[in-house]
Structure formats: structure tokens, C-alpha cells
Design a binder for this molecule. Structure first.
Ligand SMILES: *[C@@H]1O[C@H](CO)[C@@H](O)[C@H](O)[C@H]1NC(C)=O
Ligand SMILES: *[C@@H]1O[C@H](CO)[C@@H](O)[C@H](O)[C@H]1NC(C)=O
Ligand SMILES: *[C@@H]1O[C@H](CO)[C@@H](O)[C@H](O)[C@H]1NC(C)=O
Ligand SMILES: *[C@@H]1O[C@H](CO)[C@@H](O)[C@H](O)[C@H]1NC(C)=O
Ligand SMILES: *[C@@H]1O[C@H](CO)[C@@H](O)[C@H](O)[C@H]1NC(C)=O
Length: 489
């Protein structure tokens, strides 16, 4: 094929084309007419004849003069001999409509066409190559038949189009310039052909928005989006890959349609966020750096996917706070918390697992931890004693070596009852300071008088190792003996 006959004519060809323009304007109204009726008169060969062989149900826009189109075509003479085909070249024909870049008949025939529409077009010689023809390709006075399929359509005045088709009920923040997002997408051309999908790679697309990491149309189209939102972003080629294409799947001058769902959103400047706090009524002390905390948690991603939960293991997560044993965001989020408190800690990836992620946590993921603090203590804590009742005639105080009888209720800091002399039905009896009870209890029972009630809080390192324990003690009044000399039992 010696050059496709539909490429813009330059030089001498332009003159003859311009001469045809008045005719084109005169018959303009005919072009806007509805589809050709079923019983139509035979073609008189005076003007182009358009037969709409397939019209798609969905036609959001139709070709207008000045639009840029990409289409496939077969060109044949009335006897069926093919003289040209875009299919043979393996690429669409790309051109502006109604700007004289095409033979006049084609400029007319394309107007009103939808993407995916197929038209069969007859063009008389005076709206094609006239009495001259094209040397070696189109003989003089040739009628031309074209079978045309429209693939793409845009206008240089187009903007990015955004159509949201799902919006979550809550949307605490939306995408702004310089945010970092993670999203899934399917990328198609206007005709519906898929050219790329994040699903094929089994991972989200992760990027900054609005700072030129993306094609301009995507940088615009993602702005204002909520986590969980789904939208269709339609981008004309001059805000996508333009005349060059991407050198792979995306051809020259292609409009792109992205179906996007946003999964994650943060800004690199973000710190942690604490919300949904439930603080118990009594909170004598708040956690500080160096404390040893025991807490339950549910860890989810912003889109609600659970990645880990201490409940599934039936045991608390135990750690020192502020010492770098946990991710930086958690170290910070666990400070200033009360025993029994619940809070939500939202941690951006740079204070979490970063760009790498870990295990079920994808790279660059925002983490949402719902935590419930069961207890904490500081390793330097000593036994804490609160006297609840002291009899007035309190003269003799318990000492090391004394034989003691007492009642107690023992519980964990969160109130879980561990043990009680009530269930024994009798007092607990020991020799004070002889190692019959944990060190903390030996300390907590010192200097007590008969009938006294106290609360003794024993930190783990003076108690049973892992858990802090609260003993509510009542030294039994009728059976308190004091031995002046320490003796072994
Ligand atoms: C993309 O295509 C997949 C598979 O057809 C589908 O599950 C998904 O909902 C589509 N949309 C987005 C935004 O990923
Ligand atoms: C956790 O405890 C519950 C109830 O005691 C039990 O049904 C479940 O199997 C336990 N799960 C694990 C992982 O130990
Ligand atoms: C964690 O999730 C479980 C199950 O949904 C729930 O019962 C529990 O209260 C949650 N814990 C926190 C701290 O939100
Ligand atoms: C203290 O007084 C109570 C009665 O108020 C009495 O039962 C108890 O024996 C007295 N204890 C001592 C050590 O005197
Ligand atoms: C232990 O608990 C029971 C029931 O609540 C209470 O009657 C008793 O006085 C408590 N004993 C101590 C030593 O606090």
C-alpha cells in the first residue's frame, strides 16, 4: 500500500479539498438526521450514504466536528475489492474530524458516531478523490465504501471526568495533594478493552497524589476521594499518555477509563491519631515510658481488613512502652493510658511497618489498632498499700516472725478474681517474713493490726511474674498472735 489515502492531504491535494467545503456545509443538516430509515430510496450518489450497522446501547457522547477520533476501517470499491484497511496495519486511524484532514465524505460520515458504533459508508467521488484519484491506488471517479468502527473519541477542551458510583457512609478525610494512597484499579479504553489491572498483580497501586508521580489526569481524578469510595475516572489522552502512548499497551492518543477503589490514605506528615477513647471512671495513674503494659488488640487496615488480633491467641500482648520494642506509632499510642482504657490508635506507615509491610500487612499501609489495656506497672514499682480500715485500739503491729491469720480476696488489676479465702471457708495462716507467701505479700502484711483492712497491690516482679495482683486483706481479729521471738514453723 503506497501510503493510506485517508492521511491528511497536503500540498496540491489541499486545494481540491477546500473547493469541496461549500458542498459540505450545505448538506450539514442532512448529517444530523436520525438513522437511515428502513425503506430508503436507492442511493443517487450525490451525497454520502451512512448505514448504522451497530449502535451500542450506551452512548455517552457522539462525534462532533472538532473532535479527535480513533477508528478502524476497511476501504473497498463497490465491486468489493479492498484498497485499504487499518486492521492490516494493526493500529487505528487517528484524526480530527471536520477539520479537512480527511476526505470530505469521511469528515461528514463520522459525525454523530458513538464509540463501538459500526457504520457502513458510501462516498461519491466528488467527496473523495474526484476525477484525479490517487495514483496507483484509487482510480479516477471512484465511489468508495468504508466499513468503520469507532474506538475512541475526545475533544481538546475535555477535562477529567469523575463519576462516583459508591461512597462509604463515613468519610473522615479525603485525598489531598501530596497524600499517599493505595488503590485497586481496572484500566480500560473507551471501547471497554482492558489494558491493565492492579488485580492481575495481586497488589494495590501505591503512590503520591498530585505531585507528578501519576499521569496528570489521575493526579486530578483521585483528589477528594474517600477510603472505600469507588469511581470511574475518564481521562483524555493529553492528560494521559498523549501522542506517544506508553510504548506498551497504551497506543497513541488513547482516552483512558479507570475504575478505582481507594483502600488507604495518609500523608507523610501525619502523626498517630487517637480516637474512640473509653476511659474508666477511676484512673489513678497513666502509663509512662518504661511501664510494662498488657493489652488486647484488634489490628485492621483502613478498609476494615483484620490482619491480627490478640483475642485469637487468647492472651494479651505484653510489652514495655516507649523503649522501641513495638512499632514507633504504638510506643506513642500506649502512653498516657489508664488501666481498663480502650482507645483506637491510627498509625501511618512511616510509624508502622513502612514501605515494606510485614506478613499480612501490605507495604505503605495505615494501621488501625483497637486496644484494651488490661494492666500495667513499672518494674521499679514497689508494693502499694492502702489502709481501708484501722481499729482505734491499734497498738500491736505485725512483725517478721509473727504468726498471722487473715482473709483475702485476690484479683488482677482489671478486677478478675483469682482466689479468695471465702472459697476456702477459713483463714489463711502464715509466719510473716518466712517466704511462705510471695515477697510482695510478706511486705504488704507488715505493720498491720488485728481487725485492720488494707488493699495491697503487688507488681509482678514481687509477685507471680507476669501479672500484677491486688490483695484485699483482712487480718482476722480473734486469732492474731504475736510471737516476740521469731521461730520457724
Ligand atoms: C476490577 O475488576 C475486578 C475483576 O473483574 C473486579 O473484581 C473489581 O471490582 C473491578 N474494579 C476495581 C475498582 O477493582
Ligand atoms: C480461646 O478460648 C476459647 C474459650 O475459652 C476457646 O474456645 C478457643 O479455642 C481458644 N482459642 C485459642 C487459640 O486458644
Ligand atoms: C476486637 O474484636 C472483637 C470481635 O469483634 C471484639 O469482641 C472486641 O471487643 C474487640 N476489641 C477491641 C479492643 O476493640
Ligand atoms: C480492740 O477493741 C475491740 C472492740 O472494740 C476488741 O474486740 C479487741 O479485742 C480490742 N483489741 C485489742 C488488741 O485490744
Ligand atoms: C472478699 O469479698 C467478699 C464478697 O465481695 C466480701 O464479703 C469480703 O469482705 C471480702 N474480703 C476481703 C478481705 O476484702
Amino acid at each position: 500500500m503506497a501510503g493510506p489515502p485517508l492521511v491528511p492531504r497536503r500540498g496540491p491535494g489541499c486545494g481540491s479539498l477546500l473547493l469541496l467545503l461549500p458542498a459540505l456545509l450545505v448538506s450539514w443538516a442532512a448529517c444530523q438526521a436520525p438513522p437511515v430509515p428502513a425503506a430508503e430510496p436507492p442511493w443517487d450518489g450525490a451525497d454520502v450514504r451512512v448505514e448504522r450497522r451497530f449502535v451500542p446501547e450506551r452512548c455517552p457522547r457522539a462525534v462532533r466536528r472538532g473532535d479527535f477520533v480513533r477508528y478502524h476501517y476497511h476501504g473497498a470499491f463497490p465491486d468489493g475489492t479492498r484498497f485499504d484497511s487499518s486492521y492490516d496495519r494493526g493500529s487505528t486511524f487517528n484524526v480530527f474530524v471536520g477539520k479537512g484532514q480527511l476526505i470530505a465524505g469521511m469528515d461528514k460520515a463520522l459525525v454523530g458516531m458513538c464509540v463501538n458504533e459500526r457504520r457502513f459508508v458510501k462516498i461519491p467521488p466528488k467527496l473523495a478523490y474526484g476525477s484525479e484519484g490517487v495514483s496507483g491506488v484509487i482510480p479516477p471517479n471512484a465511489v468508495l465504501h468504508f466499513d468503520v468502527l469507532l474506538i475512541d473519541l475526545w475533544n481538546s477542551e475535555d477535562e477529567v471526568q469523575v463519576q462516583t458510583y459508591f461512597k462509604p457512609e463515613t468519610c473522615p478525610r479525603t485525598v489531598q495533594v501530596s497524600d499517599f494512597v493505595r488503590y485497586h484499579y481496572n484500566g480500560t479504553f473507551l471501547d471497554g478493552t482492558l489494558f491493565d489491572s492492579s488485580h492481575n498483580r495481586m497488589r494495590t497501586y501505591d503512590t503520591y497524589v498530585g505531585i507528578g508521580w501519576l499521569i496528570p489526569g489521575m493526579d486530578q481524578g483521585l483528589l477528594g476521594m474517600c477510603v472505600g469510595e469507588k469511581r470511574i475516572i475518564t481521562i483524555p489522552p493529553f492528560l494521559a499518555y498523549g501522542e506517544e502512548g506508553d510504548g506498551k499497551e497504551i497506543p497513541s492518543q488513547a482516552s483512558l477509563v479507570f475504575d478505582v477503589v481507594l483502600l488507604d490514605l495518609h500523608n507523610p506528615k501525619d502523626g498517630i491519631t487517637i480516637e474512640n477513647q473509653h476511659i474508666p471512671e477511676s484512673c489513678e495513674r497513666r502509663s509512662q515510658t518504661g511501664d510494662f503494659l498488657r493489652y488486647h488488640y484488634n489490628g485492621t487496615l483502613l478498609d476494615g481488613t483484620l490482619f491480627d488480633s490478640s483475642y485469637s491467641r487468647n492472651r494479651t500482648y505484653d510489652t514495655y512502652v516507649g523503649k522501641g520494642y513495638v512499632i514507633a506509632g504504638m510506643d506513642e499510642g500506649l502512653l498516657g493510658i489508664c488501666i481498663g482504657e480502650k482507645r483506637r490508635i491510627i498509625i501511618p506507615p512511616h510509624l508502622g511497618y513502612g514501605e515494606e509491610g510485614r506478613g499480612k500487612i501490605p507495604g505503605s499501609a495505615v494501621l488501625v489498632f483497637d486496644i484494651h489495656v488490661v494492666d500495667f506497672h513499672n518494674p521499679s514499682d514497689s508494693v502499694s498499700i492502702t489502709v481501708n480500715y484501722k481499729p482505734s485500739n491499734c497498738t500491736i503491729l505485725s512483725k517478721k516472725g509473727d504468726y498471722l491469720k487473715y482473709h483475702y480476696n485476690a484479683s488482677l488489676l482489671d478486677g478478675t478474681l483469682l482466689d479468695s479465702t471465702l472459697s476456702l471457708g477459713k483463714t489463711y495462716n502464715i509466719v510473716l517474713g518466712s517466704g511462705q507467701v510471695v515477697v510482695g505479700m510478706d511486705m504488704g502484711l507488715q505493720d498491720m493490726c488485728v481487725g485492720e483492712r488494707r488493699t495491697v497491690v503487688i507488681p509482678p516482679h514481687l509477685g507471680y511474674g507476669e501479672d500484677g495482683v491486688v490483695f484485699r486483706v483482712h487480718s482476722s481479729s480473734s486469732q492474731f498472735w504475736q510471737r516476740k521471738t521469731s521461730s520457724r514453723f
